[in-house]
Design a protein around this ligand. Structure first.
Ligand SMILES: [Mn+2]
Length: 370
């Protein structure tokens, strides 16, 4: 199985030349993106790879979250300059209601069919495997890469290194954190909008700076972004306090459908195609709702089953404490991070639940100590 072969967790520490960034202390007010206080080594070939493009398309994963969108839009804006026409891949219907404000922050063109033909390469961000790239269902069936170079930048432990150049840092809390260092290493200016986009991705992928991936360097990177003009108040309001009634109604369903098993250690919920659409939502709006079953005290393994498209059931897995879930997701052809993973099953919601819940209960038992 593919997922099992790939990459252990931990810093990959590539053995190649590094463009080491040094903090520039004592130079007063930050003048540009090079004045940050947080550092991470960015492989030179990655910097050269992204700067070598003239007409790249930036790609992230299907059902893009704030980390995918933030890194894609900020890198797209950062690379746009005389002599480089950058576009982003964002097929119709793939943007959630909640995150549409992020596109409003970024004045960047969305790639159309002619752009895909003309592109001299791709930058993939926050995307664990080629098949997850958000390029549209039809294009996905084709050889859309056509031997052109891909620079692949990600923090998923299960990344398949599908790029010609790969920079995978599975210890990073977000791809936006990596994108920040990348833009600095490439000496590209970071505008206040770009800073807000990167900050939004860092905030959401660490669940509001509440996961252990919220490291001191990550917080320093956030401080740099605030210095560069990230609007913390506006981002917080848009991400945390701007739910539409449709999203709120979907949450009611997720709460009502939540069930608990295994002495309170396994919690799961679901939403059928009819329930999602009756609430006024679509598949693009499903993401954060896993936080509902996960929020119960004592839950070690949480799952969310959603049928955003008919007979396609997406399952989000979350582990806490010592419980990892990426192996469980891999049993069903999925992948992701150690404690946050996903899979998609064909068939009915009932069948998916009947198949996955017992496997999850068995998986949880492996972590029993007594
Ligand atoms: Mn991410």
């Amino acid at each position: 199985m593919l997922w099992a072969m790939i990459d252990e967790r931990g810093d990959p520490k590539p053995e190649r030349a590094m463009a080491k960034l040094e903090p520039q202390w004592g130079i007063g007010i930050p003048v540009n993106c090079l004045s940050g206080t947080s550092t991470l080594e960015v492989p030179t070939e990655v910097v050269e790879g992204i700067l070598g493009f003239r007409m790249p398309i930036i790609v992230s994963h299907v059902v893009p979250d704030a980390d995918a969108l933030g890194s894609m839009l900020a890198v797209g804006l950062g690379l746009s300059r005389d002599g480089c026409q950058t576009k982003v891949a964002l097929p119709d219907g793939s943007l959630s209601q909640r995150l549409s404000f992020m596109c409003d922050l970024a004045d960047i063109a969305i790639a159309g069919p002619a752009d895909f033909d003309a592109a001299d390469g791709f930058i993939a961000l926050d995307t664990a495997k080629l098949g997850r790239c958000n390029v549209g269902a039809e294009r996905k069936q084709t050889d859309w890469v056509a031997n052109r170079p891909i620079v692949n930048i990600d923090h998923h432990a299960t990344n398949t290194q599908f790029g010609r150049t790969n920079w995978i840092v599975s210890t990073a809390g977000s791809t936006c954190e990596l994108a920040y260092y990348l833009l600095r290493a490439a000496q590209r200016p970071i505008s206040p909008s770009m800073a807000s986009l990167l900050y939004a991705g860092m905030q959401t992928d660490t669940i509001g700076f509440s996961l252990p991936t919220t490291t001191a360097p990550a917080m320093r990177a956030c401080a740099d972004l605030i210095d560069l003009g990230a609007d913390v108040g506006v981002i917080g309001e848009r991400l945390c306090r701007s739910q539409r009634t449709s999203e709120f109604d979907l949450l009611r369903i997720i709460y009502a459908n939540t069930k608990v098993q295994e002495e309170g250690r396994l919690a799961f919920s679901s939403a059928s195609y009819d329930e999602i659409h009756a609430a006024g939502c679509t598949a693009a709006d499903i993401d954060e709702q896993i936080s509902v079953p996960r929020s119960l005290e004592g839950v070690k393994l949480a799952m969310l089953f959603t049928e955003g498209r008919q007979h396609k059931v997406r399952i989000n897995f979350r582990g806490s404490g010592e419980v990892t879930v990426v192996e469980l997701a891999a049993l069903f052809g999925g992948g992701g991070h150690a404690q946050a993973a996903g899979a998609i099953l064909d068939g009915s919601l009932d069948d998916a639940m009947k198949q996955v819940i017992p496997a999850a209960a068995a998986h949880l038992k492996r972590f029993d100590t007594g």
